[in-house]
Ligand binder design. Sequence first.
Ligand code: C2G
Length: 129
Amino acid sequence: MKKVITYGTFDLLHYGHINLLQRAKALGDYLIVALSTDEFNSVEKNKYTYFTYEERKRLLEAIRYVDLVIPETCWEQKASDVQEFKVDTFVIGDDWKGKFDFLKEYCEVVYLERTPEISTTKIKKDLKL
Ligand code: C2G
């Protein structure tokens, strides 16, 4: 079984996220999503999510491409996650291109093109939230 992992906040879930998850899953048979916790978002990513971790986890678990959701609590957990879950491929959007090449020591690293026209920021701006 080929295992894939990806990381993110996935707040205000939108089709750009779904495009990423669909392509990530297509690279293997089992997709793990390490979901940024509320604390990690606010302390480390300076992101204030609309939905809580539990709500975002529930949304992700309802997506057919996602097999397991685990918490992302720190930047440094990726190498241990990849080894612990025996992951074959790490995947993330190309806005992170090059940032996680160090993981090539443990697994394949793939940067997928972001869906350019959609973002949570754009949604909030368009809705004037
Ligand atoms: N994404 C995408 N297209 C968009 C928006 C997002 O492909 N229009 C991808 C991102 O590139 C990322 C994933 O969807 O791979 C989740 O996006 P975010 O929640 O914004 O993830 P981010 O905050 O970048 O968190 O340790 C890594 C971080 O947790 C990544």
